[in-house]
Design a binder for this molecule. Structure first.
Ligand code: ZN
Length: 251
Protein backbone atom coordinates (compact mmCIF):
# COMPACT_ATOMS: atom_id res chain seq x y z
CA UNK A 1 0.00 0.00 0.00
CA UNK A 2 1.47 3.34 -1.02
CA UNK A 3 5.16 3.92 -0.33
CA UNK A 4 7.73 1.22 -1.07
CA UNK A 5 8.56 -0.35 2.27
CA UNK A 6 10.68 -3.47 2.07
CA UNK A 7 11.15 -5.00 5.52
CA UNK A 8 8.35 -2.93 6.99
CA UNK A 9 6.05 -4.43 9.60
CA UNK A 10 3.00 -3.49 11.60
CA UNK A 11 2.95 -3.11 15.36
CA UNK A 12 0.46 -1.91 17.93
CA UNK A 13 1.62 1.12 19.90
CA UNK A 14 0.69 4.00 22.17
CA UNK A 15 1.67 7.49 21.01
CA UNK A 16 3.62 9.16 23.82
CA UNK A 17 4.46 12.41 22.05
CA UNK A 18 6.31 13.92 19.16
CA UNK A 19 7.73 17.01 17.53
CA UNK A 20 7.21 18.55 14.12
CA UNK A 21 10.26 18.67 11.87
CA UNK A 22 10.55 21.02 8.92
CA UNK A 23 7.46 21.80 6.92
CA UNK A 24 5.68 18.46 6.88
CA UNK A 25 7.48 15.74 8.84
CA UNK A 26 6.97 14.63 12.40
CA UNK A 27 9.09 12.61 14.82
CA UNK A 28 6.84 10.41 16.93
CA UNK A 29 7.67 8.65 20.20
CA UNK A 30 5.87 5.35 20.66
CA UNK A 31 5.58 2.62 23.25
CA UNK A 32 4.99 -0.53 21.23
CA UNK A 33 3.68 -3.85 22.42
CA UNK A 34 6.27 -5.91 20.56
CA UNK A 35 9.51 -3.91 20.50
CA UNK A 36 9.26 -1.58 23.49
CA UNK A 37 10.10 2.06 22.99
CA UNK A 38 10.36 3.18 19.40
CA UNK A 39 10.82 6.59 17.82
CA UNK A 40 10.21 7.15 14.16
CA UNK A 41 10.00 9.84 11.55
CA UNK A 42 6.72 10.13 9.70
CA UNK A 43 7.57 11.72 6.37
CA UNK A 44 4.94 14.18 5.16
CA UNK A 45 2.85 13.28 8.21
CA UNK A 46 1.13 16.63 8.33
CA UNK A 47 0.35 16.57 4.61
CA UNK A 48 -0.74 12.97 4.20
CA UNK A 49 -4.17 12.48 5.69
CA UNK A 50 -4.48 9.22 3.79
CA UNK A 51 -1.49 7.56 5.46
CA UNK A 52 -1.69 9.07 8.92
CA UNK A 53 -4.95 10.96 9.36
CA UNK A 54 -5.14 11.92 13.02
CA UNK A 55 -3.36 8.73 14.03
CA UNK A 56 -0.25 10.30 15.51
CA UNK A 57 -2.00 12.25 18.27
CA UNK A 58 -0.56 11.79 21.77
CA UNK A 59 -2.26 9.24 24.05
CA UNK A 60 -3.93 7.27 21.25
CA UNK A 61 -3.38 3.57 20.57
CA UNK A 62 -2.47 3.06 16.92
CA UNK A 63 -1.24 0.40 14.58
CA UNK A 64 1.84 1.67 12.78
CA UNK A 65 3.73 0.28 9.84
CA UNK A 66 7.44 1.00 10.31
CA UNK A 67 10.85 -0.03 9.13
CA UNK A 68 14.16 0.10 11.00
CA UNK A 69 16.93 2.19 9.41
CA UNK A 70 20.53 1.06 9.52
CA UNK A 71 22.82 3.20 11.68
CA UNK A 72 20.14 5.17 13.49
CA UNK A 73 17.63 4.44 16.26
CA UNK A 74 15.04 6.51 14.40
CA UNK A 75 12.74 4.25 12.35
CA UNK A 76 10.67 5.21 9.30
CA UNK A 77 6.91 5.30 9.87
CA UNK A 78 4.93 4.59 6.72
CA UNK A 79 1.34 4.73 7.86
CA UNK A 80 -0.82 4.48 10.95
CA UNK A 81 -4.37 3.56 11.87
CA UNK A 82 -6.16 4.61 15.05
CA UNK A 83 -7.31 1.83 17.36
CA UNK A 84 -8.29 3.89 20.41
CA UNK A 85 -8.24 7.69 20.09
CA UNK A 86 -8.93 8.55 23.78
CA UNK A 87 -10.36 11.92 22.76
CA UNK A 88 -11.93 12.22 26.22
CA UNK A 89 -8.52 13.21 27.59
CA UNK A 90 -8.99 16.62 25.95
CA UNK A 91 -12.16 17.34 27.94
CA UNK A 92 -10.48 18.43 31.18
CA UNK A 93 -7.21 19.90 32.30
CA UNK A 94 -6.62 17.19 34.92
CA UNK A 95 -7.04 14.50 32.27
CA UNK A 96 -4.44 16.12 30.01
CA UNK A 97 -2.11 16.79 32.94
CA UNK A 98 -2.17 13.20 34.24
CA UNK A 99 -1.99 11.69 30.74
CA UNK A 100 1.05 13.85 29.95
CA UNK A 101 2.74 12.58 33.09
CA UNK A 102 1.81 8.96 32.33
CA UNK A 103 3.39 9.36 28.88
CA UNK A 104 6.57 10.77 30.45
CA UNK A 105 6.68 8.01 33.06
CA UNK A 106 6.29 5.07 30.68
CA UNK A 107 8.76 6.62 28.27
CA UNK A 108 11.32 6.70 31.08
CA UNK A 109 10.51 3.18 32.28
CA UNK A 110 10.36 1.66 28.81
CA UNK A 111 13.46 0.33 27.09
CA UNK A 112 14.25 0.80 23.44
CA UNK A 113 13.76 -2.32 21.35
CA UNK A 114 12.81 -4.36 24.42
CA UNK A 115 9.23 -5.59 24.68
CA UNK A 116 7.45 -5.13 28.00
CA UNK A 117 3.82 -6.11 27.59
CA UNK A 118 3.07 -5.38 31.27
CA UNK A 119 4.26 -1.80 30.87
CA UNK A 120 2.29 -1.50 27.64
CA UNK A 121 -0.86 -2.68 29.44
CA UNK A 122 -0.20 -0.36 32.41
CA UNK A 123 0.11 2.61 30.06
CA UNK A 124 -3.11 1.70 28.25
CA UNK A 125 -4.94 1.21 31.55
CA UNK A 126 -3.84 4.61 32.92
CA UNK A 127 -4.65 6.47 29.70
CA UNK A 128 -8.05 4.77 29.47
CA UNK A 129 -8.81 6.04 32.96
CA UNK A 130 -7.67 9.53 31.99
CA UNK A 131 -10.01 9.39 28.99
CA UNK A 132 -13.15 7.93 30.50
CA UNK A 133 -13.15 7.54 34.31
CA UNK A 134 -14.55 9.95 36.87
CA UNK A 135 -11.93 11.97 38.70
CA UNK A 136 -10.29 10.13 41.59
CA UNK A 137 -7.36 11.08 43.77
CA UNK A 138 -5.65 7.71 43.58
CA UNK A 139 -5.11 7.86 39.82
CA UNK A 140 -1.51 9.12 39.74
CA UNK A 141 -0.27 6.73 42.42
CA UNK A 142 -2.21 3.82 40.88
CA UNK A 143 -0.67 4.56 37.47
CA UNK A 144 2.81 4.86 39.00
CA UNK A 145 2.58 1.61 40.96
CA UNK A 146 1.36 -0.33 37.91
CA UNK A 147 4.08 1.12 35.69
CA UNK A 148 6.76 0.53 38.35
CA UNK A 149 5.51 -3.03 38.85
CA UNK A 150 5.73 -3.65 35.11
CA UNK A 151 9.35 -2.51 35.26
CA UNK A 152 10.10 -4.81 38.20
CA UNK A 153 10.30 -1.91 40.66
CA UNK A 154 7.30 -2.46 42.96
CA UNK A 155 7.88 -0.95 46.42
CA UNK A 156 7.11 -2.88 49.61
CA UNK A 157 3.94 -1.48 51.15
CA UNK A 158 2.70 -4.05 53.68
CA UNK A 159 5.54 -4.33 56.24
CA UNK A 160 8.73 -2.52 57.26
CA UNK A 161 11.53 -3.02 54.71
CA UNK A 162 14.04 -2.89 57.58
CA UNK A 163 12.65 -5.44 60.03
CA UNK A 164 9.38 -6.79 58.68
CA UNK A 165 6.99 -5.59 61.37
CA UNK A 166 3.64 -4.37 60.12
CA UNK A 167 3.35 -1.28 62.32
CA UNK A 168 4.87 1.33 59.97
CA UNK A 169 5.13 5.12 60.12
CA UNK A 170 6.38 6.21 56.73
CA UNK A 171 7.85 5.48 53.32
CA UNK A 172 11.55 5.49 52.50
CA UNK A 173 12.18 6.10 48.76
CA UNK A 174 15.81 4.96 48.95
CA UNK A 175 14.85 1.64 50.57
CA UNK A 176 11.85 1.10 48.29
CA UNK A 177 9.23 0.63 50.95
CA UNK A 178 7.46 1.47 54.17
CA UNK A 179 9.39 1.59 57.45
CA UNK A 180 8.63 1.34 61.16
CA UNK A 181 9.55 3.89 63.81
CA UNK A 182 12.79 2.09 64.74
CA UNK A 183 13.96 1.82 61.12
CA UNK A 184 13.04 5.41 60.27
CA UNK A 185 15.68 7.80 58.88
CA UNK A 186 15.50 11.53 58.05
CA UNK A 187 14.77 10.64 54.39
CA UNK A 188 11.46 8.99 55.31
CA UNK A 189 8.15 10.47 54.18
CA UNK A 190 5.92 10.30 57.25
CA UNK A 191 2.53 8.68 56.64
CA UNK A 192 -0.47 8.55 58.99
CA UNK A 193 -2.05 5.08 59.50
CA UNK A 194 -4.87 5.95 57.11
CA UNK A 195 -2.37 6.95 54.43
CA UNK A 196 -0.45 3.68 54.87
CA UNK A 197 -3.70 1.72 54.44
CA UNK A 198 -4.61 3.72 51.33
CA UNK A 199 -1.19 3.12 49.80
CA UNK A 200 -1.48 -0.63 50.42
CA UNK A 201 -5.00 -0.67 48.94
CA UNK A 202 -3.85 1.17 45.80
CA UNK A 203 -0.89 -1.20 45.47
CA UNK A 204 -3.28 -4.17 45.77
CA UNK A 205 -5.32 -2.64 42.92
CA UNK A 206 -8.49 -2.59 45.03
CA UNK A 207 -11.25 -1.12 42.88
CA UNK A 208 -13.00 0.62 45.76
CA UNK A 209 -9.97 2.44 47.20
CA UNK A 210 -10.60 6.04 48.18
CA UNK A 211 -7.66 8.34 48.78
CA UNK A 212 -8.85 10.91 51.35
CA UNK A 213 -7.89 14.53 50.94
CA UNK A 214 -5.59 14.38 53.98
CA UNK A 215 -3.76 11.38 52.50
CA UNK A 216 -3.46 12.71 48.94
CA UNK A 217 -0.27 14.77 49.22
CA UNK A 218 1.59 12.52 51.69
CA UNK A 219 0.99 9.34 49.64
CA UNK A 220 1.46 11.03 46.26
CA UNK A 221 4.65 12.79 47.35
CA UNK A 222 6.13 9.59 48.82
CA UNK A 223 5.59 7.56 45.64
CA UNK A 224 6.69 10.49 43.47
CA UNK A 225 9.96 10.65 45.42
CA UNK A 226 10.36 6.91 44.86
CA UNK A 227 9.79 7.27 41.10
CA UNK A 228 12.37 10.04 40.87
CA UNK A 229 14.82 8.08 43.04
CA UNK A 230 14.49 4.99 40.83
CA UNK A 231 14.80 6.91 37.57
CA UNK A 232 17.45 9.28 38.96
CA UNK A 233 15.78 12.26 37.35
CA UNK A 234 13.08 14.83 37.95
CA UNK A 235 9.80 14.10 36.22
CA UNK A 236 8.88 17.28 34.37
CA UNK A 237 5.13 16.78 34.06
CA UNK A 238 4.56 15.40 37.55
CA UNK A 239 4.02 18.55 39.66
CA UNK A 240 1.45 19.84 37.19
CA UNK A 241 -0.41 16.52 37.18
CA UNK A 242 -0.44 16.33 40.99
CA UNK A 243 -1.74 19.91 41.32
CA UNK A 244 -4.45 19.58 38.65
CA UNK A 245 -5.73 16.24 39.98
CA UNK A 246 -5.94 17.70 43.49
CA UNK A 247 -7.89 20.73 42.24
CA UNK A 248 -10.26 18.53 40.24
CA UNK A 249 -10.93 16.28 43.24
CA UNK A 250 -11.35 18.84 45.98
CA UNK A 251 -11.47 22.26 44.28
ZN1 ZN B 1 11.50 -1.72 60.93
Amino acid sequence: MGMEAKGARWTESIVLGGIDVGETDRIVHLLTEEVGRLSGVAKAARASLRRFGGALEPFSTVSVRYRERRGTPLAFLYEAEVRTARLGIRRDLWRIAVATYVAELVRELGREREANSDLYRAAGWALDRCATADVRGDLIVAAELRALGAAGLSPVVDACVGCGIVDVVGFDPSRAGVVCERCETPAVHRLAPGSVRSLAAIAAEEASVVLARAAYRPVTNAIGAFVEYQLARRMKARAFAVAELELACWK
